[in-house]
Ligand binder design. Structure first.
Ligand code: ADP
Ligand code: MG
Length: 254
């Protein structure tokens, strides 16, 4: 049941547990949280802690073993796959680009996006400069598998593609890690403006990428061990403090 004027795209995990078939240990254990429209929810945690699994369950690449994932109060298992997917702008760690032009790739989620809208999405994704340098610009060809763009460029095209779709819900799964710190910061500032009403979920490795998030979820071995803003977690969450400390020493060591 939705009210008029209500912002849509609220995601709720209600006591979700899930394991990939064949593995003994569940990838997620008793996860409960809500991601609200107009807010950025960040997910941080070590490799294998379950970050991508949360994204996979929102997109319903898999179904939960127990509990439920809801979008605007509706269990995703009760939604038509197309209806769910149309709400989501997903950019993943290893984005898939197909052969065609850059513009074709950016229009993947919304075929009718105008040239102006693609330009705006590329600006926000900090992709316009390198696109302009390619011969043909937006009409430059992408080779099969995207072998003629770098890892960081691929990630930015994947972000631009999600933005061009203008979905209610953005899922960015580790799409910032290949960016240098300055580009990461500029991108997030632009993103905040461009996704103001949307539900944004950002999975990240670096604390710097997520420290301004409205809510940070800390995962450790499939469990949620902290949830709050950066300052709260620095006070209350040992795992979060350890992540911060390990990254500070890495930076100091450079
Ligand atoms: P993260 O994104 O935090 O690195 P994942 O959500 O990818 O972690 O993985 C959580 C756990 O689930 C890990 O133990 C990982 O090995 C396991 N896992 C992830 N994907 C699969 C899969 N397709 N099949 C079996 N196990 C998987
Ligand atoms: Mg992952």
């Amino acid at each position: 049941p939705t009210r008029p004027g209500q912002k849509l795209g609220r995601i709720e995990f209600r006591d979700v547990s899930f394991g990939y078939g064949g593995s003994a240990e569940p990838a997620l254990k008793n996860i409960s949280f809500a991601a609200e429209p107009g807010k950025t929810t960040a997910i941080i945690g070590g490799t294998g802690s379950g970050k991508s699994t949360i994204v996979n369950l929102v997109a319903r690449f898999y179904d939960v073993d127990s509990g439920a994932v809801l979008v605007d109060g509706v269990d995703v298992r009760e939604m038509a796959q197309d209806d769910l997917r149309s709400l989501l702008g997903l950019a993943t760690q290893r984005p898939i680009l197909f052969s065609g032009t850059i513009a074709d790739n950016l229009r993947f989620g919304r075929a009718e996006a105008s040239a102006e809208q693609l330009g705006k999405a590329a600006d926000t994704a900090q992709a316009s400069a390198f696109i302009a340098e390619k011969e043909g610009g937006m009409d430059a060809p992408i080779a099969q598998g995207g072998v003629n763009v770098s890892g960081g460029q691929k990630q930015r095209l994947a972000i631009a593609r999600a933005l061009a779709k203008r979905p209610r819900i953005y899922l960015f799964d580790d799409t910032f890690s290949a960016l240098d710190f300055k580009t990461d910061a500029r991108l997030r500032a632009a993103l905040r403006k461009d996704t103001a009403d949307a539900t944004v979920i950002i999975v990240a490795q670096r604390v710097g990428t997520i420290r301004d998030a409205d809510q940070i979820i800390v995962l450790d071995d499939g469990r949620m061990v902290g949830r709050g803003r950066h300052a709260d977690l620095m006070k209350d969450c040992g795992v979060y403090r350890e992540i911060v400390a390990s990254q500070m020493s890495e930076e100091e060591a450079v």
